[in-house]
Design a protein around this ligand. Structure first.
Ligand code: HEM
Length: 388
């Protein structure tokens, strides 16, 4: 679903935006969340892959593959996937679809494709900084959720559209690549009145406020590669971390302990030093006892760009649950886009791993890194600039 909110990035400013435009529909570029498109069919064409510069889809599945072909085979697969994703975005059955009735229009279907680090051993021209992340002290990585040579991430308004699209893409990949892991998640960014909101993770926190705002130079600088090899201009990288949340021990905390761990209020997502979600953090403020209001180890302080030499990332979350019999694991599929993994993401991750208050209730069990090639125009195909 694409709305005014994504233009502003958070609920508070969305309200201001609605007031400023009188609630009018602003039809802008349908390839990114810079306005309100007239329908929920998201054009797959553009300078960037269409699923990236927008907030997390209501439902998404990520599939990581092991590549079993050479450079020419990878090119064939990319042409095949491109024609699939154009059809799927449009709500048309892709060639060979065994359940064509499940291809439905206006479901905001996006398919995002990425290349894992090993692909560049075959193709050359590796984007700078693209390597598997080193294992962090708190990581408990499981091979079942880690790594991979190719990624497809399908997002849509509903689970049926996602499952259908993934089935088609996996079927077409069969001669070239084998699934390694699959993860499904969900995100709710609609408020009770139907207005867009930032969305919450399963800790109950408003999650996504501090992101750079779509369509700003800040966003573009953070996300799109400008310095890498020519083929990668307009591409980005994606870090996927599967993070288990220990809801049992989290629930034992008082509300104020929970808020102190992050540095923001649970009710509104406002900083503990402010009153509304978009308020800037006051990292110097102290309470009557002289204690920092936003604690030294609070997640929002440690990850703030002002504390990280200006480093920024663009995060999306997908909540997940994983049931084994009657036992449920809950967590967050943490997704981070940045132009360069090594220089933007890794220092932030290392800092959080060392001292973040949240570490007590979170454990990363999966990790993967991908380069997402730029978008394509009608007649072109994904990855063409690398593989043709
Ligand atoms: C399960 C683990 C995590 C949870 C529950 C979580 C939750 C949150 C929440 C609630 C906020 C404050 C609201 C917001 O700005 O969105 C936040 C901010 C942020 N988080 Fe996380 N986060 C997690 C892991 C990570 C990781 C692994 C990174 C990066 C390595 C990260 C980077 C950031 C950044 C950059 C901000 C914005 C800071 C700002 O500029 O205000 N988070 N996170």
């Amino acid at each position: 679903m694409t709305t005014r909110r994504q233009f502003f990035g958070y609920a508070g400013a969305a309200a201001a935006g609605a007031a400023a435009t009188g609630g009018a529909v602003v039809a802008l570029d349908n390839n990114s969340d810079t306005g309100t498109p007239v329908s929920r069919t998201i054009s797959p064409y553009g300078d960037h892959q269409a699923g990236i510069a927008r907030s997390a889809p209501a439902v998404a599945e990520l599939v990581s593959f092991k590549l079993g072909t050479d450079r020419a085979g990878l090119g064939r697969l990319m042409r095949l996937w491109t024609s699939d994703l154009v059809a799927l975005a449009d709500g048309r059955a892709a060639p060979g679809d065994t359940a064509p009735e499940l291809a439905v229009a206006s479901k905001s279907v996006t398919v995002t494709v990425g290349f894992g680090p090993r692909v560049f051993e075959v193709t050359g021209q590796r984007p700078p900084g693209l390597d598997d992340l080193p294992v962090m002290k708190h990581d408990r990585l499981q091979p079942a959720w880690s790594g991979g040579d190719l990624l497809v991430m399908v997002g849509a308004d509903d689970a049926v559209s996602v499952v259908h699209a993934v089935r088609r893409l996996i079927a077409d990949a069969k001669p070239f690549a084998t699934p390694l892991w699959r993860q499904t998640g969900f995100w709710d960014s609609t408020g009770p009145d139907g207005e867009p909101v930032t969305g919450r993770n399963l800790f109950g926190q408003v999650d996504g406020t501090g992101n750079p705002v779509f369509g700003t130079p800040d966003f573009d600088r953070t996300v799109w590669s400008a310095d890498g090899p020519d083929w990668f201009r307009g591409g980005t990288t994606l870090v996927v971390r599967r993070i288990r949340l220990n809801l049992d021990t989290w629930d034992e905390l008082t509300r104020s302990e929970q808020e102190r761990a992050i540095g923001r209020k649970l009710s509104t997502g406002a900083p503990l030093t402010g009153t509304a979600e978009p308020d800037e953090l006051d990292l110097e403020a102290r309470d009557a006892d002289g204690r920092l209001v936003i604690a030294q180890n609070a997640h929002a302080r440690l990850s703030h760009h002002s504390e990280n030499d200006g480093r920024r990332i663009f995060r999306k979350g997908l909540n997940y649950v994983h049931d084994t019999g009657a036992t449920r694991e809950s967590g967050l599929i943490f997704l981070s886009h940045q132009a360069d993994v090594a220089s933007q993401f890794l220092p932030l991750l290392a800092r959080l791993d060392a001292v973040d208050a949240l570490n007590e209730w979170t454990t990363t069990i999966g990790s993967a890194v991908f380069a997402l090639p730029p978008g394509f125009q009608p007649g072109g195909w994904l990855g063409q600039s690398l593989l043709s």
